[in-house]
Design a protein around this ligand. Structure first.
Ligand code: MF3
Ligand code: CO
Ligand code: CO
Length: 270
């Protein structure tokens, strides 16, 4: 447990933050979201994922922030870039984007000690109909999960909202990765599952900070991690999408820390 800070931790180990802590999370979250806003111009056929990551690294430094992922368990990049059937934790490299590729860019910054963690989908060139549908369903699933956030509801209510919607669209929710508590730390209790049963799991309380970051596959939910020990892909090679927000529980609902200042969280194709 983190003893440097005052305040309560639930019996599930979930930190209850003070009202004054929300401001720091908004500032960190806004920076991460702004960087993602600015990356839209850098996603196009012919671009490499390494170049996208290099630009992100520069933007984090220019903002006087630091990257939460560089040095995290040996990870060496400021972003994860997950293309097509990569579910999450894609490592930026010399891969060249081609027309029709869909990709998730995930950035976590540390600003004034607070962590801002967000990811969204981008398209290189033209979007196929099936990819567009996958991205729309994944976005809607995240927002339905967020709408279940209020004191008195449970983490199972969030997971159930996401899972029941995704499965109603005949897509699948990845079970092998989850959201997480965050705040002055990157990954803290609880595990925020993107599936679940109503009224199950820990009860939501004002002052909890966590991410919701559903990964949705067009095919089956199973994943495997490649030999690089990071890149997670769908076992059946089906397309996968993900959106992530960092949020806080308020007295009556939620605040989203990683809202896009440019209104570009949802891709503006078409
Ligand atoms: N940002 C990711 C998350 O949503 C974690 C990436 S860890 C890394 O939790 F080391 F792969 F970058
Ligand atoms: Co996260
Ligand atoms: Co993330």
């Amino acid at each position: 447990m983190d003893d440097k800070h005052d305040g309560r931790v639930t019996r599930e180990g979930i930190r209850i933050h003070e009202r004054t802590d929300f401001a720091g999370m908004h500032t960190a979250g806004r920076l991460a979201a702004t960087i993602l806003d600015e990356m839209a111009a850098h996603v196009f056929p012919g671009q490499t994922t390494a170049e996208i990551d290099r630009i992100i690294t520069d933007k984090v430094a220019a903002a006087g922030a630091s990257s939460a992922t560089i040095g995290y368990r040996g990870y060496q990049h400021a972003s994860c870039i997950s293309v097509n059937h990569v579910v999450c934790h894609g490592i930026p490299g010399d891969k060249v984007l081609k027309d029709g590729d869909i990709l998730n860019i995930d950035v976590t910054v540390i600003l004034d000690g607070w962590f801002g963690d967000t990811s969204r989908m981008y398209v290189a060139g033209n979007l196929s109909r099936k990819a567009e549908r996958l991205i729309q369903v994944t976005y809607d699933a995240l927002m339905l999960g967020i709408e279940a956030v209020r004191p008195g509801n449970t983490f199972g209510d969030i997971g159930h909202a996401i899972q029941s919607y995704v499965e109603s669209q005949r897509m699948s929710v990845v079970r092998d990765f989850c959201g997480h508590g965050l705040g002055r730390v990157f990954h803290a209790p609880p595990n925020v599952l993107h599936y679940g049963r109503p009224r199950h799991g820990p009860r939501l309380e004002e002052g909890m900070f966590f991410t919701i970051e559903p990964m949705v596959n067009l095919g089956r939910p199973e994943t495997k991690v490649l030999a690089d020990d990071w890149t997670a892909v769908t076992r059946d090679k089906s397309l996968s999408a993900q959106f992530e927000h960092s949020i806080g529980v308020t007295d009556s609902g939620f605040e989203i820390f990683t809202l896009s200042p440019a209104g570009r969280f949802h891709p503006t194709w078409g």
